[in-house]
Design a protein around this ligand. Structure first.
Ligand SMILES: Cc1cc2nc3c(=O)[nH]c(=O)nc-3n(C[C@H](O)[C@H](O)[C@H](O)COP(=O)(O)O)c2cc1C
Length: 181
């Protein structure tokens, strides 16, 4: 299973639109893909002083990340970095939740590229012992339209997303413990 977390709580978020397209692409290629929507299931602010195991949204997200053999993390570029909504979600996850798992990063930016947020996100993935996918997806301000079918209107962006999804699936297959195949 691949778990997808769009790190935006904005209505009509293009980060979320890209993540929904990725979910649908993965499903169409035979991969179980689940999207956890932080707008519909907002998480409390993380605090090390509190226990959140009784919070249903935190528990569900934790289970979805633990069960996943691959992940997609989406974020809008905010002030040259990832969104607070995504960072807060990552702070809730227990040690080891990402260990050895491939992670594809997706960013939607107002400018031409979202590579600053993507770079910061990849540094976080390294820190939690995840494996960054060799592809990443940067959605610039000029190609942020998604059609009624949910697909990017820009053909080159669509091709890049499709290729990144295939690379994630391939990496997930290679990294998966043999007994679970
Ligand atoms: C608080 C805030 C900070 C932002 N900072 C940047 C930025 O540093 N660089 C950039 O290119 N766009 C920036 N933007 C624009 C968003 O990255 C852009 O609109 C993005 O597509 C939003 O994604 P969404 O559609 O998922 O909400 C910022 C937007 C907000 C609300």
């Amino acid at each position: 299973m691949i778990t997808i977390i769009p790190g935006s709580n904005r209505a009509n978020s293009t980060t979320a639109a890209a993540c929904r397209y990725i979910r649908d692409f993965l499903a169409a290629t035979g991969e179980e893909a689940v999207l956890f929507d932080l707008k519909e299931r907002p998480l409390p602010f993380f605090s090390p002083d509190q226990t959140f195991s009784g919070n249903p949204a935190v528990a569900e997200l934790t289970a979805l990340v633990r069960e996943a053999h691959g992940l997609v993390l989406g974020t809008p570029e905010y002030h040259g970095s990832l969104s607070g909504v995504l960072k807060n979600a990552l702070d809730h996850l227990p040690d080891g939740a990402f260990a050895g798992k491939p992670v594809l990063c997706v960013c939607s930016a107002g400018g031409a590229l979202g590579t600053s947020a993507l770079t910061h996100l990849q540094a976080i993935i390294r820190t939690v012992h995840g494996v960054t996918c060799p592809h990443w997806i940067s959605i610039g301000g000029h190609v942020k339209q998604f059609g009624a079918d949910g697909a990017p209107e820009n053909a080159k962006l669509r091709e890049r997303i499709d290729a990144a999804c295939r690379a994630l699936k391939d990496l997930a297959r290679r990294l998966r413990p043999a007994e679970s195949l």
